[in-house]
Write a protein that binds this ligand. Structure first.
Ligand code: MN
Length: 201
């Protein structure tokens, strides 16, 4: 059994003007599809075949570059598509309280997350992670690493991720990564993030 590229729950053009259709299409059909195929090739006929992606990443040999890069790429993009929506649910409930408790305010969280995304040098990701008990933390990772991997970043469970590779924004935003980060906040589906928070805490 192998991993499959997930269908997006919305059309490529539905996140416009925040994320453009051509970027979404290339990102999904080329980049994410590529990570998926290479992950399947890397685990074929090894003990990793048949394990969940979470188990593979949590027990990863960090020297296994093929699984690190492509397993990370597979997982990270699955989460990324999921947490965005053309008709996003607002932040409320336990997750709103946890953001307040962990960061002091939503604006302080947004500032911290945006700074993590803006200052990740080169390619990588910004994360909002949950720890057991519900404490939240912002961190960033290079390349396709993520905090599920052993010893990586804040070691929490990612509940929100933002791709800051240039392939995620360059067609529309060129070098203006901060504008892309701002735009992302218009399409975050906090209902989906809250579901991940409930599972993770
Ligand atoms: Mn990407």
């Amino acid at each position: 059994m192998s991993f499959e590229l997930p269908q997006l729950p919305y059309s490529y053009d539905s996140l416009e003007p925040h994320i453009d259709s051509r970027t979404m299409e290339i990102h999904h059909t080329k980049h994410h599809a590529g990570y998926t195929a290479k992950l399947n090739a890397a685990i074929a006929d090894t003990p990793l075949e048949g394990q969940s992606i979470e188990d593979i990443l949590q027990n990863l040999d960090m020297n296994n570059g093929a699984v690190r890069n492509n397993g990370g790429g597979f997982y990270n993009h699955c989460l990324f598509w999921e947490v965005m929506s053309p008709s996003p649910n607002a932040l409320s409930g336990a997750l709103a309280d946890a953001i307040q408790n962990s960061f002091g305010s939503f604006d302080a969280f947004k500032t911290a997350f945006s700074a993590a995304a803006a200052t990740q040098f080169g390619s990588g990701w910004a994360w909002l992670c949950a720890h057991k008990g519900g404490r939240l933390e912002v961190c960033s990772t290079p390349n396709q690493d993520n905090p599920l991997m052993p010893g990586v970043a804040c070691d929490g469970v990612p509940i929100l991720g933002l791709d800051v590779w240039e392939h995620a924004y360059y067609l529309n935003y060129q070098n203006r990564r901060p504008d892309y980060i701002d735009a992302f906040f218009n399409v975050i589906d906090w209902g989906v993030v809250a579901n991940h928070f409930e599972s993770a805490k």
